[in-house]
Design a protein around this ligand. Structure first.
Ligand code: FES
Length: 333
């Protein structure tokens, strides 16, 4: 990635469209499109979104782009369980301007595998769709497995059927047709690569099956959004006794953001639960930890001794109780 990929620029909203239930496609025209290169599958934009009067960075996968990068489309799911960025993105109108980076790559497609399995859950299709198109154009052997709440909630369903035919398999919660991660992965031949993007439950199921079947870990590649968990995001309190501070974490902010706001020096990089740099030590928890990262192993998550402050949260022991508030006591490196 060249240095300019991290520079911020203005981008104008040039089109918006509802493409499925609570899913909006937003096309941006950056003031400085990437020079001399095309946007590749798996790339994303960082966007400054407005949340509670502050500007916060969020990452959104690029679903498609003009060959010269002059127009770039994102697709955003509006969920009450989000960290607030999706509400901002859904409020954008044609003519609005926002701040974005150049396209950045964390999820590259490796060309040359004997077979590819692409797995998308919900809005995770944004990262996977471009890969599928490229593999079709290359004549590669690939299949797509795409799960959503219902047909109405499945973005780009018609386009994918038209483009990929029987290489596409769909799964719908509303029809009780679920993706069986273990069954899918047990059909994979040696050397096949799996690319996935979706909610943490789906990713965890696939990673667990991958380990159980003792497949080569380098052939499993994934992209996270770091914003989907096991429980609905709720307000909770974090205490740092060593520093003598305590703060409330709103439903739309992360522990990392809230601690930075009150001046706690934090280490971080990806802000997506992947690198582990933001990890903090848990010394006490009144509630349950909702681990939303893909950095720690299942064993480490069960031990609940550490968590990734950029994505993970806590919920009350009774997560559907409207009145109780969880508390977390931590120490930072
Ligand atoms: S900053 Fe990378 S896991 Fe939190």
């Amino acid at each position: 990635m060249n240095a300019s990929a991290h520079e911020w620029q203005d981008a104008e909203v040039v089109a918006t469209a509802e493409v499925a239930d609570r899913i909006r496609r937003i096309t941006l025209r950056p003031s400085r499109p990437p020079q001399g290169r095309t946007v590749q599958p798996g790339e994303h934009l960082k966007v400054l979104v407005g949340i509670d009067g502050s500007e916060v960075k969020r990452s959104y996968s690029i679903v498609d782009a003009a060959p010269d990068g002059s127009d770039v489309s994102l697709t955003v799911f509006h969920t009450p369980n989000s960290r607030g960025g999706s509400a901002y993105m859904h409020s954008l109108q044609v003519g609005d301007t926002l701040r974005v980076t150049q396209p950045q790559q964390n999820f590259p497609l490796r060309i040359g595998a004997p077979r590819y399995v692409l797995v998308a859950g919900g809005i995770g299709i944004t990262a996977i769709r471009g890969m599928a198109s490229l593999l079709r154009r290359l004549g590669a052997d690939y299949s797509i497995h795409y799960a959503a709440r219902s047909p109405e909630a499945m973005a780009y369903r018609e386009e994918l059927i038209a483009e990929h035919g029987d290489r596409l398999t769909t799964y719908f919660d509303s029809e009780s047709v679920f993706l069986d991660a273990h069954a899918l992965i047990s059909t994979m031949e040696a050397g096949a690569e799996l690319y996935m993007c979706g909610p943490i439950r789906l990713m965890d199921a696939i990673r667990r099956a991958w380990r159980e079947l003792e497949l080569d870990p380098t052939n499993l590649r994934f992209e996270t959004f770091g914003n989907s968990g096991w429980y609905e995001a709720r307000r909770f309190r974090v205490n740092l006794p060593r520093l003598g501070v305590s703060t409330e974490i709103g439903a739309n902010e992360t522990i990392l953001e809230a601690l930075q706001k009150i001046g706690v020096a934090m280490m971080y990089d990806c802000r997506r639960g992947e690198c582990g740099l933001c990890q903090v030590k848990v010394t006490d928890v009144d509630g349950r930890i909702d681990h939303r990262d893909v950095f720690f192993s299942d064993r480490q998550k069960n031990a609940s001794e550490k968590l990734c402050a950029c994505v993970s949260r806590v919920v009350p022991h009774d997560p559907i109780s409207a009145t109780s508030t969880a508390q977390l006591t931590i120490d930072v490196p």
